[in-house]
Design a protein around this ligand. Structure first.
Ligand SMILES: [Ca+2]
Length: 430
């Protein structure tokens, strides 16, 4: 299908489905043309928006199948976008696209570290003064963030400047972001705190649930926007501290499979990477680029290690799955579950053995660019998956959240619209 046809199909699908999903938010045209004074009227309560953003989670190796709470609370109770794509299959460019609504060629953030990427590049491009959390604050939202914001957001530059747009924040900082047993967090404007010896994802969960408690306590006056961004299931990475400010190379880091929490270390002993047709093919795919077609067939030792790597990822995701259950319980107890959109996604996909590749990302293969995206909340169909006619992208997330948050054109802005006002490359998801 050509891009043009795809876009036309996508637009038609949007028109058809938009009214269904966003029906509770729609404003009748007649009511806006001749407004009457309604000083005593209570405006409709805005919904809360909660985003869970994992790191490097695959869609095509069935990681979601090993998350029963995600299945029960999000997939069975929400809408599963089966054809959702990241802009670039790499952490920082992808996250920049999520929070700005712009594709990488318009953020010019194309790498994970300076000079072409990382938190310093996000700041120097001006986005710290112009991105989603600031827009949401303008719409009356109290905003919270826990976990990894951007690569190269570090113990050195965390306050140069502080990330804007968050009423409360508790960031994972480099060079410890990916050390499951040696994380450093940095709350609001406080100095960084080392949590060496504690399990990083559990520390993050406690911080996330504390923010959620604070957030729901502010209802009904203030809706909240909360993002929880765990490291899982990213590999465990030791960044050599002496190299943090130097030019990034493979020698700067030591990578190993993610480390599970002790309570999950025994799980999935007999589980292996799904042996799909692309897994370690006996013949390279016809027409492959030379660097792919020249990859050697993986031997048994290699495959066994990669299966271990895969199991380690599934184990590392278990605290995230537990977190989903805790979030649902807390929202329900606060009477906010039916007034909260919960979005579950990741920055980029992942491959292990497909096309003979070693564990990694950064490719344009479906395994790397097609990622999980699930949403539940007011007006969202329950237990529904989209078909092939609905193709969405990370640059669609910001406009979709703006719409859910009730953004409307102000006086004189009607001709401009949301896309032009915020410089968005995406559109509201159907
Ligand atoms: Ca990532």
């Amino acid at each position: 299908m050509s891009i043009l046809v795809l876009l036309v199909v996508r637009s038609i699908r949007r028109l058809l489905l938009l009214s269904a999903w966003l029906a509770p938010l729609a404003v009748p045209v007649a009511a806006t043309q001749h407004p009457l004074p309604q000083h005593h009227a209570t405006p409709p309560a805005k919904p809360n928006i909660l985003v869970i953003l994992t790191d490097d989670q695959d869609l095509h190796m069935d990681s979601l199948s090993y998350m029963p709470n995600l299945q029960k609370h999000l997939i069975d109770e929400g809408l599963f976008f089966r054809h959702h794509y990241c802009t670039v299959a790499l952490c920082c460019p992808s996250r920049a696209s999520i929070w700005t609504g712009k594709a990488a060629h318009n953020t010019n953030i194309t790498d994970v570290n300076p000079p072409h990427g990382g938190y310093p590049k996000f700041v120097s491009q001006g986005f710290n003064d112009n991105y989603l959390p600031l827009w949401l604050q303008d719409l009356g939202y109290t905003t919270y963030y826990t976990g990894k914001l951007f690569n190269a957001h570090s113990v050195v530059n965390y306050n140069k400047p502080f990330p804007r747009g968050w009423n409360e924040s508790d960031f994972l900082l480099d060079p410890y972001t990916y050390e499951y047993l040696n994380a450093t967090f940095q709350q609001n404007t406080d100095p960084p705190v080392s949590h060496e010896g504690s399990y990083s994802t559990d520390v993050l969960i406690n911080k996330s649930l504390a923010f959620l408690t604070a957030a729901v306590s502010q209802r009904p006056d203030h809706p909240f926007f909360l993002t929880i961004a765990p490291t899982a299931p990213h590999s465990n990475v030791h960044i050599h501290s002496a190299l943090i400010n130097s030019t990034f190379t493979n020698k700067s880091v030591t990578q190993s499979p993610p480390i599970p929490a002790a309570r999950h270390a025994h799980l999935f002993e007999n589980i292996t990477v799904p042996r799909t047709p692309h897994f370690n093919p006996s013949q390279p795919q016809r027409g492959s680029a030379s660097w792919i077609s020249n990859l050697p067939l993986q031997n048994g030792t290699n495959i066994a290690f990669n299966d271990h790597f895969y199991r380690s990822r599934l184990r590392a995701l278990q605290p995230v799955d537990e977190l989903i259950d805790s979030i649902i319980a807390k929202l329900e107890a606060a009477g906010q579950l039916e007034n909260t959109y919960i979005i579950y996604t990741t920055d980029n996909g992942y491959h292990i053995g497909q096309h003979r590749l070693q564990p990694g990302k950064q490719c344009a293969f479906e395994e790397d660019v097609s990622v999980p995206f699930i949403v539940r909340g007011p007006g969202v169909p329950r237990g529904v998956s989209t078909g092939g006619g609905v193709v969405t992208n990370h640059v669609d997330i910001a406009p979709t959240i703006l719409r859910l948050a009730g953004w409307e054109a102000g006086a004189g802005e009607e001709r401009v619209g949301m896309v032009e006002k915020f410089g968005l490359d995406g559109a509201v998801m159907p």
